[in-house]
Design a protein around this ligand. Structure first.
Ligand code: GAL
Length: 632
């Protein structure tokens, strides 16, 4: 159980003891709660076998990719993880529970005692300056055992021998993979919790041992999110124990379900925010949407993962370089893991140039870990702005449509002064240009233009919190019951076509904390006054902010005009390293915004609490930390 879960349970117990059904109100903690364990200070980069080879993976293909990473210079640019996905296993040996490798496709894994070992494989990768990643499942069985039944590389043997997932073997498997075999990265899938219902045709036809689903792919309400979190937390604990040097990455793969978009940051290095990407424009939009408005939930050590890149195939192949560049640019701006999944033994230069764009890699790998914020939002075009560690901005102008689009880029989108020149450098063409106030940019169909930006900051002596999402941990977003996110592009389901009812994604997260907008995607507004900068969040929330040397916190706060609950009052409080440093009186709907200021000099963790007196069965209160900022 994570520290946060423990604290929430303690809060819930207290709430039960109270006379009304008032909500458990969060309290300042004074310690950072987001996950920082593991080696993912910046988003992991490398190669993954899945989109390239599915289960038809083998040693020659993987080593060929590894060699190409080195030979093509991609390894030097940061692509160091070589991740073997589903398909590597033969069975679990029943005498001692040890996992046995399919040596037919991984010949170097064969040992004279029959134990099989990946040690030689990982040694070779390490010898090339690379790192090694492996795949498993958090349940009994893995995804190929449900979805790749035609595969020649499915686990073999009795039902028990075919239980290749972690369930019941967490420490044993993780010790084997990390201590004995020397892996550095583990992807943990979740089909074992979703697809093997005891009475299903799949289980009956294939003689599997069933497991009552804990993830219901079609229903968030029927998913046991707490149980799924617990299972992943147990894996995290075992990984930590097996890796005292902290050199490991924990990639969680339960496809945005079980409310992972809220708790993933407390548990692992990255978490998938959606279903599998396919090489279609529509699927790319879907996966992008699932992560792009979750900036406040990611940061150094924990990243939103909209899935492996599909550059090189379908709508993103060498004949569609505009789309391929867009896909890469968006993933770079979102601080997504950059995992190439292409047969690199035969990659054309045009694709190598995309993966190898050092400027965009630097955007993705910036140490501040600020995921881009959506500064302008529509179904047609979006403007994403990312603040780099040295304070300069990167902006991406994204045309989602198949028609040309005109986009006005304003100094205010960039939080730069409108009366001073702003210099742009195109990160694809490297061309430079200058504008003052605003400029119009024409985008080709599906095109994304991306620029590095230099200009005079609106806030000369500090930063708005919405510029530094990587320094924020949403310890409690105040969401009462996880709600489905309605903002994700719905594609024709690549698996079920139009039989699927219109792919209604089961991704919770609606109502979560947002930068520069309310939790329900409205402009921030208090008593008829709008705020371009600020944090929108629900009442009974706790935001943690890392203070990197600033002296003052300031904001203009109040109940947001869009709040669904207009009957209650909200109190804003600021804590510095656990000590109360500023507080407002209770503020109601329609009350004028209040300025709040706090001396935070020398303090490391600033906590922003918004508490209200609403009952559990009421609508939430929406609050706005307008112009929330740290200043010198
Ligand atoms: C899926 C996962 C893919 C891939 C595949 C393997 O559940 O999302 O990325 O790992 O399983 O079977």
């Amino acid at each position: 159980m994570t520290l946060k879960t423990k604290l929430l349970i303690a809060g819930a117990v207290m709430a039960l003891a109270m006379p009304f059904s008032a909500l458990a109100q969060p309290v300042a903690k004074g310690v950072w709660l987001g996950n920082t364990d593991g080696a993912a200070k910046t988003p992991p980069m490398g190669w993954n076998s899945w989109n390239a080879f599915r289960t038809e993976v083998d040693e020659a293909k993987v080593m060929g990719a590894a060699q190409a990473l080195v030979d093509d210079g991609l390894a030097k640019k940061g692509y160091t993880y070589v991740n073997l996905d589903d398909g590597w296993w033969l069975k679990r040996r029943l005498t001692d529970g040890r996992m046995i490798i399919r040596t037919q496709i991984f010949p170097s894994a064969s040992t004279t005692d029959g134990n099989t070992s990946f040690r030689g494989f990982t040694d070779r990768l390490h010898g090339m300056g690379l790192k090694a990643g492996l795949y498993t499942d958090v349940g009994h069985n893995a995804c190929s055992q449900a979805y790749d039944l035609h595969s020649p590389n499915l686990p073999e043997g009795t039902a028990e021998e075919r239980q290749v997932g972690l369930d019941g073997h967490v420490s044993q498997d993780i010790n084997l993979y990390f201590k004995e075999w020397g892996f550095d990265y583990l992807k943990v899938d979740a089909c074992g919790l979703a697809d093997f219902a005891p009475d299903s045709k799949l289980v009956k036809d294939n003689g599997y041992i069933g497991l009552t689903p804990e993830i219901d792919r079609a229903s968030l309400n029927r998913t046991d999110s707490a149980r799924v979190e617990q299972r992943y937390a147990a894996v995290a604990a075992a990984l930590k124990q097996a890796n005292p040097d902290n050199d490991y990455v924990f990639s969680m793969c339960n496809w945005g379900m079980a409310n992972v978009r809220e708790w993933g940051k407390d548990v692992g290095s990255s978490w998938r925010t959606s279903s599998d990407i396919t090489p279609n424009w529509s699927s790319m939009l879907h996966n992008y949407d699932s992560a792009v408005k979750r900036a406040l939930y990611a940061g150094p050590g924990h990243w939103n993962d909209p899935d492996i890149l599909f550059i090189g195939a379908g709508d993103f192949d060498a004949d569609h370089l505009t789309e391929a560049r867009t896909h890469f640019t968006l993933w770079a701006m979102m601080n997504a893991p950059l995992l190439i999944s292409y047969d690199l033994r035969k990659a054309p230069q045009s694709l190598l140039d995309i993966w190898g764009n050092s400027d965009l890699i630097a955007v993705n790998q910036d140490p501040a870990g600020n995921q881009a914020i959506v500064a302008y939002d529509s179904d047609d075009a979006q403007i994403l702005v990312k603040t780099m560690a040295d304070g300069h901005k990167v902006v991406a102008l994204f045309n989602r449509t198949a028609s040309p689009a005109k986009v006005n880029l304003l100094a205010s989108h960039l939080k730069l002064k409108g009366d001073a020149p702003i210099q742009l450098t195109d990160l694809w063409s490297k061309a430079g240009s200058t504008f003052t106030g605003e400029t119009e940019v024409e985008l080709a169909p599906h095109e994304t233009r991306v620029f590095s930006v230099q200009g005079a900051r609106e806030l000369g002596d500090g930063v708005y919190l919405s510029e530094i999402p990587g320094a924020i941990n949403v310890a409690d977003d105040g969401v009462r019951e996880p709600q489905l996110d309605p903002t994700v592009h719905r594609m024709i389901d690549p698996w079920a076509g139009t039989h699927s009812g219109g792919s209604r994604p089961q991704y919770a997260g609606w109502g979560g904390a947002q930068a520069d907008m309310t939790p329900y995607a409205q402009a921030l507004q208090i008593a008829d006054h709008t705020y371009d900068s600020g944090i929108g969040v629900l009442g009974n929330s706790l935001l943690q902010v890392k203070n990197d040397g600033y002296a003052t916190f300031r904001a203009t706060v109040g109940m947001d005009d869009s709040t669904p609950n207009r009957d209650r009052a909200v109190t804003f409080a600021v804590y510095a390293d656990g000590k109360l440093v500023a507080k407002t009186p209770p503020l109601k709907f329609g009350d004028a915004a209040r300025d709040i200021a706090a001396d935070i000099a020398g303090h490391k963790i600033i906590e922003l609490l918004a508490t209200d007196d609403s009952a559990a069965n009421e609508q939430p209160v929406v609050v706005t930390w307008g112009l929330a900022r740290l200043q010198k």
